[in-house]
Design a protein around this ligand. Structure first.
Ligand SMILES: Cc1cc2nc3c(=O)[nH]c(=O)nc-3n(C[C@H](O)[C@H](O)[C@H](O)COP(=O)(O)O)c2cc1C
Ligand SMILES: [Fe+2]
Ligand SMILES: [Fe+2]
Length: 394
């Protein structure tokens, strides 16, 4: 299947309804799309490839429009294999094509695939004429990798933004924003952003500023995952801007684990104390909510609260994993509250505290460590912690 987006510009991407976890980490219950685009002019340019199990379907889509041997340029905005693992297949069919990418992508191509196609390394803002249409390449490092760029058709004002402005969820033939339920797009794009791009929030801000500074018109935003935005191209740009803005949101998120309920009860007590103080609370039991959904709420609260029982002298393993995500993702939150329970020697909360201190978080007092069932005094600590947290949300 293909769809025409503008005269001579086509969507030729594929849907993945098979992969359970994107990057083998994030649940994708609605699937995901790997978008690829074809521009047919005096010269023919292909933008991106797809993940290799979908290579055949993708080549069929291209074959509906042209003979792949006529492709002059293969533009690789980003080298991550969800966009490049079909490159060896198209390289066989289009041996005369020239790869177009940034210098760092050229190096990655050699180490990933070792193909000996012709190549053209493009500088930031370099232009390339295809005949009637002109492409402009905009370097956008760390959106999502250091080598990433965007490609823009100057005449049609279409921006191929790669991972930026992407959304989880397969398209099922509805490739444009005016064909899709936007409530779904809103929640799945935020989940995509939170799980994949949190580490690079600053680069999203920089990328958006760069596009705005170029003063170019954008009639269509065509990312490499999810719908193409043509009815309201700035909708997704504004959402990404809002979701990556340095200013935090006014709520508290509690993320906790519990095996037998002691830590769970502390979490609920803290929640109700916060609600009494008029604080908005989001709460996730780490064993039941997918990490991607936890992250949506955990990356931008005013205060993050983490609770864990001790498990083999460490924090409950799923919370330990969550803490590692927080570290790698360099979330913009800088205030954390900690609580937990233990059976004998403890150690879970202490290890969490050490880790958050190393990450330079401000740790809100009191840090609560309870031997199984809280005493009256310990229950009062929860009340005190709730008050302190509430002060930091205002
Ligand atoms: C598999 C397992 C390992 C545990 N390891 C420790 C430990 O190393 N040190 C400790 O003080 N308590 C340990 N405990 C006890 C729990 O930390 C304690 O019972 C805690 O209150 C459980 O909280 P929960 O009811 O929220 O699961 C362990 C419990 C289990 C089930
Ligand atoms: Fe990527
Ligand atoms: Fe991607």
């Amino acid at each position: 299947m293909h769809r025409e987006m503008a005269k001579g510009v086509y969507y030729v991407g594929v849907d993945d309804h098979h992969t359970e976890l994107f990057e083998n980490l994030w649940k994708i219950p609605f699937g995901v799309s790997y978008n690829s685009y074809l521009i047919v002019d005096e010269k023919t340019a292909l933008i991106e490839t797809v993940k290799d199990p979908w290579s055949k379907e993708w080549l069929d889509n291209i074959g509906e429009i042209i003979d792949p041997k006529d492709i002059d340029y293969i533009i690789l905005n980003h080298m991550e294999p969800d966009h490049t693992s079909s490159l060896p297949d198209i390289a066989e069919l289009a041996p005369n094509a020239t790869l177009i990418f940034t210098e760092r992508a050229s190096d990655m191509q050699k180490s990933f695939y070792g193909l000996s196609l012709k190549e053209k390394v493009v500088e930031d803002l370099e232009e390339l004429s295809l005949g009637n249409k002109t492409l402009k390449f905009v370097h956008t490092p760390f959106l999502h990798w250091p080598e990433t760029m965007m490609t823009y058709i100057m005449e049609d004002e279409v921006l191929f933004s790669c991972d930026a402005f992407g959304t989880f969820g397969a398209l099922n033939g509805k490739v444009f924003d005016d064909e899709i339920d936007m409530r779904m797009v809103e929640s799945e794009s935020r989940r995509y952003l939170s799980s994949i791009i949190t580490t690079y929030f600053k680069f999203v801000q920089r990328g958006i500023a760069k596009i705005k500074d170029l003063g170019i018109g954008v009639k269509m935003v065509a990312p490499s995952h999810g719908p193409i935005f043509r009815k309201d191209p700035m909708w997704i740009v504004n959402k990404y801007d809002e979701w990556t803005h340095p200013e935090l949101e006014k709520y508290v998120t509690i993320v906790y684990g519990s095996m037998y309920g002691f830590t769970h009860r502390l979490a609920l007590k803290l929640k109700s104390e916060l609600l009494k103080l008029g604080v908005e609370v989001k709460i996730h039991n780490i064993s039941y909510t997918d990490m991607s959904t936890v992250l949506v709420d955990a990356v931008r609260p005013s205060v993050l609260v983490v609770g864990a029982p001790t498990y083999d002298a460490h924090p409950f393993p799923k919370i330990w994993t969550f803490a590692n995500e927080v570290q790698g993702k360099r979330i913009p939150v800088k205030k954390v509250a900690l609580f937990g329970t233990y059976g004998w020697g403890g150690g879970g909360v202490k290890k969490l505290q050490k880790m958050f201190e190393e990450m330079k978080f401000e740790i809100l007092e009191p840090v609560i460590r309870v031997k199984a069932r809280p005493s009256e005094e310990e229950s009062q600590q929860i009340v005190a912690l709730a008050k302190n947290i509430a002060e930091h949300v205002k």
